[in-house]
Each structure stands twice: as C-alpha cells, then as structure tokens.
Design a protein around this ligand. Structure first.
Ligand code: ADP
Ligand code: MG
Length: 269
C-alpha cells in the first residue's frame, strides 16, 4: 500500500465512519409508552466496529443496549438509522441477507428441530435457498460438516443426534452460538448470551466469540459479568449517550475475576 492510499483510507475512516466493516449513523429509538405517548431512548447515536474487534457494550438496565443491537440487525421497528457493511448501505440488502451478515443473538434462543443437527441446519434451509451462498448452504446440510465444525469450536461433548431439549444450559448456549457462527456473519451481536451460565460455560462461550473475531468477524457483546480481558474496546450507553471508556487493565481484570470467583463460592455455600 503506497502512502497516498494509506492517507486517503485514514482520512475516509476519520471523517465519516466509512472504511469500517460496520457503521451505524444517526441511530434513534423512540418507544411507545404504555397508556399513550412515546419516549426517546436515544437519538443520533454513531457507532462503528471492525473485523477482529470484540466491543463490550455496558450500561444500566433499560438504557437501550438491546434496542441498539436490534437496531443494527434491523429487527426493531421502533428504531431508525443508516447502517452499512464495508460502506455498502443496508438498503441495498434484503432484510434476510442483512440479518445473515449482521447477526443478533438473544440471551436465549430456541433450538427448533428433532435433533441438534436439524436445529443447526435450520437457518440454512430457510434463509439461504438460492443465490451466491447456495453451495455453502449445501455443505451445511451435511452432518459430517456440522460435526467437524462443532468439534473445532470445542463442542465435542455435544451429540448431534440428540434432541435439543436434552442439552444442558451451557450446551444449548454453545449450540445457539455455533448455529449462528456457521452462517458466517460479518458482525455478531451477542446480547447477554452468557447470562445464567456457570463460569466454565461462560468462558467457553466467550472463547467462541473471541474465535469468531479472530476469524475476522466484528463482535459486540452485552454482558453483566466482570471484564474478562477479551474485549478490545469498551463502550457505555447511558442517559441516551454512547461513549467509549478505557479498557480495564490486566490487573483490574484479574481483581474482578477474583471477586467474581469469591461471589460464586459464596453463592454455592
Ligand atoms: P437494556 O437492554 O439496556 O436493558 P432495552 O433496550 O431493553 O434496555 O430497553 C430500553 C428502553 O426501551 C427501556 O425503557 C424499555 O422499557 C424500552 N423498550 C424496549 N422495548 C420496548 C418495546 N417493544 N416497547 C416499548 N418500550 C420498549
Ligand atoms: Mg437488554
């Protein structure tokens, strides 16, 4: 890359948010109020994230974190904004293709199907019947491919032929995540996907998200646990404002993890 190209890329990234994997501009959420009227949760927010990043999104309960992520995935009718991937506006995607590219993972997702393998295949059988990813979709339909991919994700303990209801909470969380990762989203929006899990399973889920980032995805996590050292950036949503805060130091992460371990053993006692 010559210096001119570099300078231009920097200028573009610096001025209008283009040049990032994912950009969101002027994101606004206006919620209907019970009994009439409406509330503005936030207005005019700007956000961007790049491949390889793990951005932790924190903020008080009710500040709009889930609303913001569902806005990015274009799943929320109460939100507006301009969204782009690689500078390509979301308006030029079908909603289905956008959601494959910008995947929102709720805290608990239902695994539908007679077997775990069926549940994992479902997004492919429904969402990608034709088009550029048809070949890939066909691969996804093979049990062998699902097995290899799950093993690579550290899910050797999960039997593909069992019914989804037989999975433990931790296994179900990992299968839901694997199901989404297999659709190769560019942006992965994980909304408290480790809530209710024990430390070990929460760690495995966090490892999977980090792996997705290493493989080039842009990951945004909402979580209520102590910082785990995996985030590359931290943002706070509060009183309608979104701002970046410094990442905790390694010492702060270690102290927070110790405090968490003490809490966990106190809970168990
Ligand atoms: P967080 O995820 O940070 O806890 P949410 O995004 O769930 O916050 O909610 C933000 C605000 O929007 C809250 O005041 C919540 O009550 C309100 N809200 C969320 N979804 C709806 C909805 N479908 N209808 C009305 N109000 C909503
Ligand atoms: Mg929420």
């Amino acid at each position: 890359v010559d210096e001119t190209t570099k300078a231009t890329a920097t200028a573009v990234a610096g001025t209008d948010g283009a040049g990032h994997l994912f950009t969101a501009r002027d994101v606004t959420a206006v919620m209907p109020k019970r009994g009439g009227g409406e509330t503005t949760v936030f207005r005019g927010l700007e956000f961007h994230v790049d491949g390889g990043e793990v951005v932790d999104l924190t903020g008080p309960s009710g500040s709009g974190k889930s609303t913001l992520l569902t806005a990015f995935a274009r799943l929320n009718v109460h939100t507006t904004g301009s969204f782009a991937i690689d500078g390509k506006d979301s308006e030029s995607f079908t909603p289905q293709r956008w959601r494959l590219a910008v995947a929102y993972l709720p805290q608990t997702s239902t695994l539908i199907g007679e077997t775990v393998a069926d549940a994992i295949r479902l997004p492919w059988t429904f969402k990608v019947r034709q088009g550029a990813r048809a070949r890939e979709a066909k691969d996804m339909l093979s049990d062998a491919h699902i097995r290899v991919t799950l093993d690579r994700m550290g899910c050797q303990d999960i039997d593909l032929d069992r019914a989804p209801r037989d999975l433990s909470g931790g296994q179900a969380a990992r299968v839901s995540l694997a199901r989404t990762l297999l659709t190769k989203p560019r942006v992965l929006l994980a909304d408290e996907v480790d809530a209710g899990l024990d430390e070990e399973n929460a760690d495995r889920v966090a490892d999977l998200l980090k792996l997705a980032a290493r493989q080039g995805a842009a990951v945004v996590r909402i979580r209520h646990r102590a910082p785990d050292g995996r985030a590359t950036r931290m943002m706070v949503l509060k009183d309608g404002g979104l701002r970046e805060v410094p990442l905790p130091t390694a010492a702060q992460v270690a102290a927070a993890q110790r405090a968490d371990a003490v809490d966990a053993s106190a809970d168990g006692a």
